[in-house]
Structure formats: C-alpha cells, structure tokens
Design a protein around this ligand. Structure first.
Ligand code: GLA
Length: 404
C-alpha cells in the first residue's frame, strides 16, 4: 500500500465511524421527540504550536479535526429546553426558557445553557428547543470537546431561530459561555478553530485582531498523532486561571514602563529583559515563555511555507520544554510521552497540547514509521507508568456545519 492509500485508509475509517455516529444521534432524537431534526457536526481541534498565547493576544496555530460532536436539534412550542446527552446516563434535562440561566446539574448541560444565556445577554431571542448530542472527542483529553459542543449549539440555535450570526459572532458567544457560565477564563482559540476549520489547513490566528491565515497542511508522508496520557485535568481550571493572572500581572508591571503595553503581545524581548528585576521571578518566566512561544508560531509558519516540517518539529519540542520548565503546565505523564517520542526516528516533533496537566501530546510522525512509533512509545510509557497511552490519528477537517 502506498502512502496516499494508507492515509486514505485512516480517513475512511474515521469517516465510517462518523457516519455511524450521525445515524445514532438522529435515531435517538427521532425516537425521543418524534420529529425531524436539524443535524449539525462540530469538530474538536488540535493546536500545532502556540500554547497559552491566545489570552495574551498572541498567535496560535490550531486546526479542526475529524473527531466531532453531532447535534440533532429542533424547535418546540412548549417553551422548554430539553436536552439529552446520548453518551451519558443522565436521561433528559428539562429547563423552562428564561431571560437568564443558572448553572445546573449535570455538568454537561452548562455548555448548552451557557450558550443560550450568552445569546440572551447579547439580545438574541431564542425559544424552546430539543437537542440530542453525542460524539467521539475524548473528554478532558485537550481536544476541546467542550468548545465543539458550545460551537455546535450556537451554530444550531442561529439556524433554528434565524439569528443570522456570523462565525465570528458565534465564536465570541461560545467563548463567553465558557468564561462566564462554565467559569474557565479560556482564550478564543478552541471555539475559533471549531467554527473556522478548513480541511487540510491549519489556521494562523492573530488573537488580538482575530485576522487569520490558512496554511496548507496536507502531506501524505506526515501524520498528526495524538497520544493520550488518560490523565484528566483536575487542576487545570484553577491553575489555568492563575497562569492568566500571572501574565496579566506581568503586562501591568511592564505597562508602567511603556504605556503602549496592554498585553504580553506588546512586549519585546529587550523590554522584558530590561525590567526583569521589577518582576516576580515566576511571573518573569511566564512572560518569557509567552514571548518565545509567539515567536515560535511566527517562525513555524515560515517553516510551513517552505514545507520544512523538520524545522517545524524542532520548534514543537522547544514549545514543550517552555511549557514544562517556564510555564509549568505539564505533568510527568506528558513529559514521559514527549521523552518517548524524542527517542523515535520517525517523530519530527512532539509537545503537550492544550491547557496542560494531562490530556494529550501532539506528535508529527513520518507515515512510514507510524506503526512502529506507536508500538515503541506505548511500550516505553507502559514500562514506566504501568498503563498504555491512547493513540489517535487526527485528520484535519472542516469547521462546524449543517449536515441536513
Ligand atoms: C485551553 C483554552 C484555550 C488555550 C489553551 C492553551 O484549551 O481553552 O483558550 O488557552 O488551553 O493554549
């Protein structure tokens, strides 16, 4: 089998899984609500490089992937929001339509209610609706299942209630749902990637202007492989918000020396070094990492323009070391997976992905060596941790869209 055929094979496997999933969600909706739904597909994301830079108004390089959430949605005339998560045993959640919503049990309902709440706060009128959803994005693995759900809900409600929202407006509402309702002060990357993904392209997003450029990422000989520690991010919520505060503290201190500084995006290396002693040493390291990571995204995009995946891969390792040593959001399991990857001939680059403290590493792997790499990384990890990592091949797909 040649490389293109092998790539087609994994894409076909994921496609077959996706078709089954769509059928399952549609069937579940029809048997529960006995009417025709709108069907929506909303993807998770990977981030090639540019971690913890989005909320510092910097650069990121994510892409939507072929792991998705499928939503079946329809209006109802009962002024009720009726929700069912097909993958959970929690039955149907029923909430009357209101002007503003409170956090609810089970937790997953908040990703939906948060969006409805933010739509209401932005003056968009919605009404009663029914929704069944389910997917194949592993939860808590750093592939943004929550952003996929929020993006799918806002997209679906815009269709159902003719809100006419642009993708950028949807992105902002979905992000605010996470910030104000769920309570994680995340940046805009995940929701943006889910809603703006393009097949076989990565998105270089400027998180200050929200301008973006697509870079083709479509090589038959290089695969994106995710290795999952299966460690879930209990610390992530609070630690994430702390990192954000530390960056803001750094930017505020530097603003005193240069009033044009509003975020770490505006800070140069020379200014940071000049005022190093005015900063708490931890805050200084956080800031240095963010400046370096922004530079890595810029240089990494130049690599991609030159089709230089070897150089790009080296930057991924550098990104991991920064996240591990300066930003301190890695964990022993993630470090071990990167260490295992470094020992493989066929791995061009490897780093932890997403918020950190667990979840996945993202690896660029030479297709020809992929099977052996999986075997060897699994063995290396198993010998030291006593468990095997999950392994996923991610194909880059389109953003949130209507299926019917
Ligand atoms: C989480 C957040 C994103 C981003 C990443 C780290 O995924 O939701 O906004 O900050 O962490 O890069």
């Amino acid at each position: 089998m040649n490389l293109t055929e092998r790539k087609d094979l994994t894409e076909r496997k994921n496609l077959a899984e996706r078709k089954e999933l769509i059928k399952k969600i549609e069937r579940s909706f029809r048997s529960r609500f006995r009417k025709d739904p709108l069907l929506i597909e909303s993807p998770g994301r990977v981030n090639l490089i540019g971690e913890h830079t989005d909320y510092n108004h910097g650069f990121v390089l994510p892409a939507a992937i072929d792991r998705i959430i499928v939503l079946a949605m329809a209006r109802n005339e009962q002024d009720l929001i009726r929700l069912h998560a097909a993958d959970m045993d929690s039955g149907c959640v029923e909430i009357p339509v209101q002007n503003s919503y409170k956090k609810n049990d089970p937790g997953w309902a908040n990703y939906v209610l948060g969006v409805v709440d933010q739509l209401a706060k932005a003056g968009h009128v919605t009404g009663g609706f029914d929704c069944v959803f389910g997917g194949n994005i592993p939860i808590g693995a750093g592939m943004s299942s929550s952003a996929a759900l929020e993006s799918g809900v806002v997209f679906g409600l815009s269709e159902l209630f003719d809100l006419g929202l642009s993708r950028l407006e949807m992105t902002r509402i979905a992000q605010r749902a996470e910030n104000h309702f769920v309570g994680v002060q995340c940046g805009i990357m995940d929701q943006f990637a889910s809603l703006h993904g393009k097949k076989n392209c990565v998105i270089k997003l400027d998180c200050r202007s929200l301008d973006f450029e697509l870079y083709p990422f479509d090589r038959d000989d290089v695969r994106i492989m995710l290795c999952d520690t299966n460690v879930r991010r209990e610390l992530a919520g609070s630690e994430y918000n702390i990192r954000r505060q530390q960056c803001e503290e750094g930017a505020a201190a530097l603003h005193k020396h240069d009033p044009s500084i509003h975020s770490l995006r505006d800070v140069s290396f020379s200014l940071l070094e000049e005022h190093k002693n005015d900063l708490d040493p931890v805050v200084y390291r956080r800031c240095r990492y963010v400046l370096e990571e922004n530079r890595r995204v810029q240089m990494g995009c130049e690599d991609l323009s030159k089709n230089d995946f070897v150089s790009f891969g080296k930057r991924m390792y550098q990104s991991h070391y920064g996240l591990r040593d300066d930003y301190e959001v890695s964990c022993p399991e993630l470090d071990l997976l990167v260490e295992a990857a470094e020992k493989q001939e066929g791995v061009l680059g490897s780093r932890m992905m997403g918020g950190g403290f667990g979840g996945c590493t993202i690896n660029l792997v030479i297709q020809d060596r992929a099977e052996q790499v999986v075997e060897e990384i699994t063995q290396y990890y198993h010998e030291r941790m006593g468990t095997s990592p999950g392994v996923y091949i991610a194909n880059i797909g389109d953003g949130t869209r209507l299926l019917s």
